[in-house]
Write a protein that binds this ligand. Structure first.
Ligand code: C2E
Ligand code: MG
Ligand code: MG
Length: 634
């Protein structure tokens, strides 16, 4: 009895001791993990304490994944734990799935409740495994599993109770740590998003800056484009209205720019435009706007400028072009025509001021002037550009163009030795439109070839008629570089000029800018033209790109000194010197020299004295219709 009592007391004190240890362990765990928010540390503490608590060889913590279809061993301690932690398994697989479904712990005492089939499956391992659910406040988390007792015995009811108690305490800590972790993760995600967003924003700002740049600036010259020009002019107009001041608008068009583009290529043309822009830029002050309208057109807005001031500025701009431009091995002399309109005198709206400056610019070109101020008296021609294109097209289709003929006379004999055919267009709605205008429209709209072949055909027919009635004369036709360098030119011209008898009645006037073309191809085309008996003449010599060395290697017969030199020659010694040396040089190259734009007897006499061969100009006759020319021939 005493022995039994002693044994009971011993057992009791042992179990009391055990209980104390267990409670101590639980308390320790609780304080340890209660303040721990690092999930991995929580798992580590929980596994180790659980292992101590139930004397398990291994403790594993399988937790349900977010997808609710799998679970992953998130923590563990003891034998093989390292290998298992991190593994994921399907939920329906193994004891864990059973616990999840039943929301009850698994231990060997459950075996009796199993179906035979399940029993057979798990009986063998039942005693070596214990798994209690980890039930969070909000949802089922997973479980804590013990594998094999360290002393080789099986997990019993006591182990089950202890582990369940343990699980209920730690589940809160685990849930909290998981919540913190997912908060951290989403915070990180947020940070990540924020970073990405910031970057995206930066990119957006950059590209919108770029877009703004592209939408407001011209990519070739980096000058403001048409829309920025509009803004600036609108601003300047409203300011001028408020302060009762004037605004000058200058439209600048580069002469013969198309030839440069056509012969040297757009790349080259762009580089030239860029250089021209830099020259103009130097002439522009802070509150003024220099913009590129497109093509070879620049526009300048000058606040607080009256007509007199604007003209002065226009002269400076023209002057800024006087030095040649050097691109690669080429030297290019550029001239420009400027049209001027002034607010409010010539218009109160942007479109009025622009179209009037445009009109003045065309007037400048056709009058061979560098600057022209808008004059409402000549306004009958002003209509939209698009309407102009349509009208020119119609005139071409309906053969409304005409040729007038201007005689070229020999200084030696005073006789008419040739004629130049010049295009004329009398439009019903616009009146007489100068060729400088309609030729440009034809060129810009791909119509110049058709026009030129018509002009060559017409001139040839005329020359044949004069040949039979009066005398044999060559008629000179102006041929644009664009037409001459077209791949089909030779085939097309062969259809019109059938043999040398035809060719000998024609001259083609070409401009210097043609010499910027690819030399070999140009030489082939010109050789072919010569083989037809047609003579070649360089028109407007001195205004474009000159290369006498190239000239020498091409079958050119005649050189026409531009009228700008001839006009000033009598009063200006420099121009006289240029004309003189050009005549000498041309003669040395075996070329005939023509002076165009001879208006006075003084000029005629001087040219005669300098040895010029042929004279063309109003002094002799203006370009006239064929019947009037026949009178001259008689
Ligand atoms: P261009 O070939 O240099 O023709 C000479 C221009 O000078 C003509 O102007 C002529 O009328 C003008 N002119 C002749 N003598 C005098 C003078 O003593 N004083 C003045 N102030 N001017 C004189 P137009 O007829 O207005 O033609 C201008 C330009 O238009 C021509 O210059 C030519 O480049 C172009 N052009 C005319 N007809 C044609 C054509 O059928 N085809 C092509 N491609 N261009 C043409
Ligand atoms: Mg000509
Ligand atoms: Mg000319």
């Amino acid at each position: 009895m005493k022995k039994e009592t002693t044994l009971n007391v011993v057992n009791l004190s042992r179990s009391l001791q055990e209980k104390e240890t267990e409670i101590g362990l639980l308390q320790k765990t609780f304080t340890e993990i209660g303040s721990e928010l690092d999930l991995d540390k929580v798992f580590q503490i929980v596994s180790e304490r659980a292992r101590e608590l139930i004397n398990a060889e291994t403790i594993l913590i399988p937790l349900l994944d977010d997808n609710c279809e799998t679970y992953t061993y998130r923590g563990g301690a003891g034998k093989n734990a390292d290998e298992i932690v991190g593994e994921s398994l399907p939920l329906e697989y193994g004891v864990c799935g059973w616990v999840w479904k039943q929301k009850r712990p698994w231990w060997q005492g459950m075996l009796d409740e199993l179906s035979d089939e399940e029993k057979n499956l798990w009986e063998r391992e039942a005693g070596n495994m214990i798994l209690v659910p980890l039930q969070g406040k909000r949802h089922f988390l997973g479980g804590i599993a013990g594998l094999n007792k360290q002393d080789g015995s099986t997990f019993d009811k006591n182990d089950l109770n202890l582990l369940q108690l343990f699980a209920s305490i730690v589940s809160v800590a685990i849930e909290n740590a998981m919540a913190v972790k997912s908060m951290e993760a989403s915070h990180e995600l947020n940070e990540d998003y924020r970073f990405k967003l910031e970057n995206l924003n930066k990119q957006l700002i950059e590209s919108s800056k770029e877009l703004e740049y592209l939408s407001l600036y011209d990519s070739v010259t980096a000058l403001p484009n048409r829309s920025l020009f509009h803004d600036r002019l609108a601003r300047d107009i409203s300011e001028a209205k408020r302060n009762d001041t004037e605004v000058g608008v200058l439209l600048i068009d580069i002469d013969s720019f198309k030839d440069i583009n056509d012969t040297l290529g757009h790349d080259y043309g762009d580089r030239l435009l860029n250089k021209i822009a830099r020259r103009f830029e130097e002439e522009i002050k802070n509150n003024e706007t220099l913009a590129r309208l497109g093509g070879d057109e620049f526009i300048i807005v000058l606040p607080d400028h009256n007509r007199v001031k604007v003209i002065k500025r226009a002269e400076q701009l023209i002057y800024s072009l006087k030095d040649a431009f050097k691109i690669e091995q080429n030297t290019i002399v550029v001239s420009a025509s400027v049209g001027v309109s002034v607010y409010p005198e010539h218009g109160k709206t942007i479109s009025n001021l622009l179209s009037h400056a445009d009109f003045a610019m065309y007037e400048a070109k056709s009058g061979n002037l560098s600057i022209c101020v808008y004059n409402p008296d000549n306004d009958h021609l002003v209509q939209g550009h698009l309407a102009m294109v349509a009208d020119v097209r119609k005139a071409l289709d309906e053969k409304h163009f005409d040729l007038h003929y201007q005689p070229k006379i020999s200084t030696e004999t005073g006789r008419i030795v040739a004629a130049e055919a010049l295009g004329r267009w009398h439009s019903e709605s616009r009146g007489n439109v100068p060729p400088i205008i309609f030729i440009k429209v034809l060129e810009q709209n791909g119509l110049i070839d058709e026009y030129t072949y018509w002009a060559v055909e017409t001139a040839l027919a005329q020359a044949k008629q004069w040949q039979s009635g009066y005398s044999t004369l060559r008629i000179a036709v102006n041929v644009s570089p664009q037409t001459l360098m077209h791949p089909d030119f030779i085939d097309n011209i062969n259809l019109i000029i059938k043999d040398e008898k035809d060719g000998e009645l024609l001259t083609f006037e070409i401009t210097e800018n043609l010499f910027l073309s690819e030399f070999d191809r140009l030489a082939d085309v010109l050789e072919h033209v010569c083989s037809l008996g047609v003579e070649l003449s360089i028109d407007d010599y001195g205004t474009g790109y000159s290369s006498l060395s190239r000239l020498r290697r091409l079958p050119v017969r005649e050189l026409k000194i531009d009228q700008s030199f001839i006009k000033e020659m009598v009063a200006n010694k420099d121009d006289e010197a240029i004309v003189h040396s050009t005549i000498e040089l041309a003669h040395n190259l075996g070329l005939t020299v023509v002076a165009e734009g001879v208006e006075t007897q003084g000029a005629f006499d001087l040219l005669d004295h300098l040895g010029c061969d042929i004279i063309q100009g109003y002094l002799i006759s203006r370009p006239v219709p064929n019947d009037e020319f026949e009178v001259l021939l008689q």
